[in-house]
Design a protein around this ligand. Structure first.
Ligand SMILES: [Zn+2]
Length: 578
């Protein structure tokens, strides 16, 4: 690593002003009196109210960080019983009680006559959010949500335990992914079959979990007075600035605008591979049959981190300095190993105001994209960390994903850190093809969720039928013959369906924001990056459309915005040497 940027000193965590320094966040009997003090404290002026909010925020940050740390621990060690117990103790005994306490605190805030004297516009955002929380909160839903969390944890466990024996060796699912890029078609097919067989072994188990989760979610919605879980989730996710119909129209535009581009990519791919028809294991291999891109050796995670740092440094020394904070604080767990939860995420430790990145790097180009992506989230957390109230530090997801996806796009201009010119172009091609292919997949998952939660009490065959219809409408025209069960159960791998229902269209909305920034960066990279940072810095203190505006882009996912951006991506692909 070339140390050109000043290493940002990892700042000491802010000292607690109200919460006892030695508070044991695993012990509700210690938290409860702290909460009671807040509930009982008289608020006689706007100054009192401001100070009270800061103290509520501090307690929330302490509890939230404790929960995040338990979750991170669990994702890094899925087989450690003591760690699992500590996480479950938090989920079962702290989080639900804290939710109830938070609800009481929110009500106290909303009832305060001094609230109208809080003139700063960011408080209007807080009003709107807390009002929504209070509107949907029902005491009887707290244990139901705990039940859902436990079922979702079971889903993680089932998936985390999936080990595939392939040609005499054991692999995690993430490690198996690399074989889908092998030029040898038989290897690809056998690897795909081995992974798919392994998933199908647990198909019934995973579907059973879903069948337990769905009615719980429907009950939660009905308890809160909503006609279905979709209406409930809209409010719970605080989607104030767009409607379910907007999402359905978004999917229609994708069908019209993007599906033809995917068909074109598939035709080109089949022709390059000299195949009559593409099979499910033909989508990730290089169409020119070159060996897979290997940006780094999966045993050399430090090298991976250093090269990613250099990309950030080329974009801006400030970004590199931010990334140094993660390294210095050891807030990175990046390598893939057995007993680690699948996937990747960035989590913010809200008290110390530091980001943490988790992923399963296995030496693939996808890993480079993931670290750039999660790095973007981390930059967001650091840019917004000076907002005093934790409740206003986090932007809505639709904008959070602009932070991460724009970073993937900015970074794609500097992939020569990992590759020679030809491979850098190849990697870029993979990325841009991925963007095109993502939109129809996003529409499939989103439309599936609209169907799931507006068809209560549907049967499994009805669910399968609905899924297959969407695969037909938005999916690649692949030849699945002989693998119908795999196709039917393909949705089970999308953990969002289990973890965070309806949270998926955000990626589509955000990608349109990220692509707008990318197009600006082609004209003037420094200006685009300045807009990016200006948007990130606002955290969650503005409404969604205003955050987009601050970043110099439009909040719009109609065909008017989608089409020109897709044209630009298609043009970029045409320009890239293949
Ligand atoms: Zn993300």
């Amino acid at each position: 690593m070339v140390a050109t940027a000043p290493a940002a000193a990892a700042a000491a965590p802010p000292k607690r002003q109200f919460v006892p320094q030695d508070l044991d966040a695993a012990d509700w009997s210690k938290i409860e009196p702290v909460g009671k003090k807040l509930l009982d404290r008289p608020i006689n002026s706007v100054t009192d109210l401001e100070k009270w909010l800061l103290d509520v925020s501090e307690l929330a940050a302490v509890i939230d960080e404790y929960g995040s740390r338990r979750y991170i621990d669990k994702s890094c060690h899925t087989e450690d019983k003591a760690i699992e117990q500590r996480f479950l103790h938090y989920v079962e005994n702290i989080e639900p009680k804290f939710k109830t306490l938070t609800f009481e605190l929110q009500k106290k805030y909303l009832a305060s006559p001094h609230r109208s004297q809080l003139t700063d516009a960011r408080y209007r955002i807080l009003d709107r959010q807390w009002q929504a929380d209070v509107d949907i909160f029902r005491e009887e839903n707290v244990p139901l949500e705990t039940d859902v969390t436990k079922l979702v944890t079971d889903y993680d466990k089932v998936c985390g335990a999936m080990i595939v024996s392939f040609r005499g060796k054991d692999y995690t699912m993430q490690q198996m992914a690399r074989f889908t890029e092998e030029p040898d078609r038989t290897t690809r097919q056998e690897a795909w079959e081995a992974s798919t067989r392994r998933r199908l072994q647990d198909r019934a188990k995973i579907e059973d979990l879903f069948d337990k989760i769905l009615p719980l979610r429907e009950r939660i919605a009905r308890n809160a007075g909503f006609v279905n879980y979709r209406e409930y989730t809209w409010k719970a996710l605080k989607r104030f600035d767009y409607t379910p119909d907007d999402c359905i129209r978004f999917a229609d535009s994708i069908e019209k605008t993007v599906v033809p581009l995917v068909n074109e990519l598939d035709r080109q791919r089949a022709s390059d591979l000299k195949l009559e028809r593409l099979r499910p294991w033909d989508l990730s291999v290089d169409p020119k049959n070159r060996p897979p891109l290997r940006p780094f050796n999966d045993a050399d995670i430090d090298g991976f981190v250093n090269k990613t740092w250099s990309i950030f440094n080329k974009l801006s020394p400030q970004l590199a300095a931010d990334f140094d904070v993660l390294r210095q604080r050891r807030n990175l767990d990046l390598g893939s190993r057995k007993g680690k939860q699948p996937g990747g995420y960035q989590s913010t430790l809200n008290e110390v105001r530091e980001p943490f990145i988790f992923m399963n790097a296995a030496g693939l180009q996808r890993d480079v994209e993931t670290l750039l992506h999660e790095g973007g989230h981390a930059f967001h957390a650091l840019a917004a960390k000076d907002e005093p109230l934790v409740f206003l530090r986090h932007a809505p997801m639709e904008f959070c994903e602009v932070a991460s996806m724009a970073m993937e796009l900015f970074g794609s201009e500097h992939l020569d850190e990992f590759y020679d010119e030809a491979d850098a172009n190849r990697a870029k091609r993979v990325h841009f093809e991925g963007i095109i292919r993502f939109f129809p997949w996003m529409a499939t998952i989103d439309a599936f969720q609209h169907w799931l939660y507006t068809h209560p009490a549907h049967s499994r065959p009805e669910r399968t039928r609905a899924w297959l219809e969407l695969m037909e409408r938005f999916g690649s025209k692949l030849d699945w013959s002989g693998y119908e069960p795999a196709r039917e159960a393909w949705w089970q791998r999308q953990l969002h369906l289990y973890h965070v229902p309806f949270y998926y269209v955000e990626y589509g909305i955000a990608q349109l924001g990220a692509l707008q920034l990318w197009m600006k960066a082609k004209q003037d990279p420094q200006r685009a990056l300045a807009g990016y940072r200006a948007g990130l810095k606002l955290g969650g203190t503005r409404a969604l459309p205003e955050l987009f505006t601050a970043a110099g882009i439009h909040f719009d996912f109609s065909e008017r915005t989608l089409r020109p951006l897709m044209d630009a991506v298609a043009e970029e692909l045409r320009q890239l040497p293949s």
